[in-house]
Design a protein around this ligand. Sequence first.
Ligand code: SF4
Length: 681
Amino acid sequence: MDQIATVCTYCGCGCGLLMEVQDGSVVGVAPRREHPISRGKLCLRGWNAHEIAISPERMRTPLVRKGEHLRPAAWEEAVDEAARRLREVRDRFGGQALGVIGSARFTNEEDYLLTKLARAGLGTNNVDHGAHFSSSASLKALQKALGWGAMTNSFSEIEEAEVILVAGSDTAEQHPNVAGRIMAAARNGATLIVIDPRRHQLARAAHQFLQPFPGTDLAWILGLANVIMSEGLLDLAFAVSNCENSEAFAEKANGFPPERVEELTGIPADALCSAARTYARAHKAMIFYSTGLTQHATATSNILGLANLALITGHIGRPGCGVNPLAEHNNSQGACDMGLLPDMLTGYQPVADRDVRARFEKAWGVKLPVAEGLGMFDIMSAIDAGRVKGLVVVGNPFLSNPDAHHLKEALDKLEVLVTLDMFGSEATEKADVVLPGVPFAMKDGTFTNAERRVQRVRKCVEPAQGERPDWQTLCRLLEGLGVRADYGSPAQVMTEIASLTPIYGGVSYERLESDGGLQWPCPDPSHPGTPYLYSDGFADRRACLSAIDYIASGETPDPDFPFLMSIGRSQFYWNTSPMTRYVSTLRREYSAVFLDYPKGFAEINQDDAKALGVRDGAVVKLVSRRGELELNAMVSPDVRPGAVFVPFFLREQAGFLTAPGFDPEAKMPTFRLCAVRIERA
Ligand code: SF4
């Protein structure tokens, strides 16, 4: 049996795996012992990653709409029809009437071609990607505070840290391999602080566990800064020489003494002080966070607050330190790096910069649009308002959109909808042209994991007859829109990316052949890559301490809706389960573990369950101001009284429950928290 080295297609850890191939078919997966991240370990999802390649539910035939119905078409016919329909809208209404929503599951090369498709092919900067709802706040906040919107440090440095602070991340479910490293570090002497409304697996392993009321994160973040300042635990020399805006920052933090934070969050004042002292006094301390902090109306402020903590203590610019967002998807970072953003070209080069545009115009041979485009959130509103009339969608936007009802109605208003995805969805049902995608095992390319590591993804088996790899579909679409795209391979696409993107300047397939890949910035072919950022300070600027106002996130409970429902993750169903739902082994394992909760579960505090007369496993109805959802009750001591937890793989249903309101800077909806009542069903 052949074993082909590639990278897992699920979360942002970027574990290396060996795809086992026999007689031209993928038959299994084995771990890569020498891989720098996974080091011979894979989680349940990784061990079954081959199943996505052989899923019988995958779409294989392109479809073209004729009246009410979609009919099968040859690949060439379907792509040409998509180009023709998009051209029509572009020529009639201009590029601003079109949009592209790319994917954080695609390779860098495919995402680059999508950026090119939007800007050069359609003449629009209305471009974003499906992971917007998990990554946009980190991107905005870390760029503003530090410079780069990415993890500052590397997973391998977890072993060096004296203190590891994890907030808003159910790491064992979301990023199991990183959780394994953190637990090992905690066993070997590091102090683990976990701050989360729910006592999850990592929280149970923590030395200090702080359990705030849901939606009060900004208060404990400001409270930690308050204790660090009032007790003189700052690294004053570092802060003075590297940071600006310190007075405004200090004024806000001064208003959050531990006693006030206790009132707001329920975290005992002495526990908050203890965590602040532990974090600040450490020589090396890392912060990790994920969607528990970023999918809120206060998302940007939450992350700015964490950056403040690292800056005032000097826990940045050194190994074993930093502020580290755990990216959700295999290529969340890469999708941003490749310019699937309305205001940036590849490598975070501003669209508004004339010199940047001139270099891309020369390479692509077309004039590029100047005006900043619309992101995911605004594209949907513009479709609803009739301003955007044509859309190219990769993946299923229904799974991650906070308002699935509204989105469904909006898509009906489009003049042309082109989808590219492996599986059928509500979007493909409404599409005019459906282009089937292929799984990662049939692709050559690269993914960039959460720690900025660019790694090779290798084709393990050929696409079946009639199928094409996605990069070829995008090239033909580009040619159909009048843009040259005669690349011979994804390697040639990467050569072009490197030539136009300074942080990828030294990345090439030759260099990526060896295990481990390269971490950007990697500006030239002799550069070894950058495991941690800001070792030389903050380039030509100073870091920015942020003055943050406290607001609570989420809906306020009232007598009709007295509980706060939050959503989270399940290791069996990665993310909104766009792929794992098609993996029969994961479905089977979930059923085996959660025998008592066949409908999925709502975790309810044991005292609340007693008061409501709800037994473990009983069917309950969660009713919000917008809809209702039936689940099995999981009675547990791990959520606070007044809180309810629902895992995220039931996203389609939970979407009808999620509260309105959003973070104005990151355009991040209030995914996490809505007020509900619990009824016995
Ligand atoms: Fe794949 Fe993430 Fe599991 Fe690693 S931890 S095997 S990248 S799903």
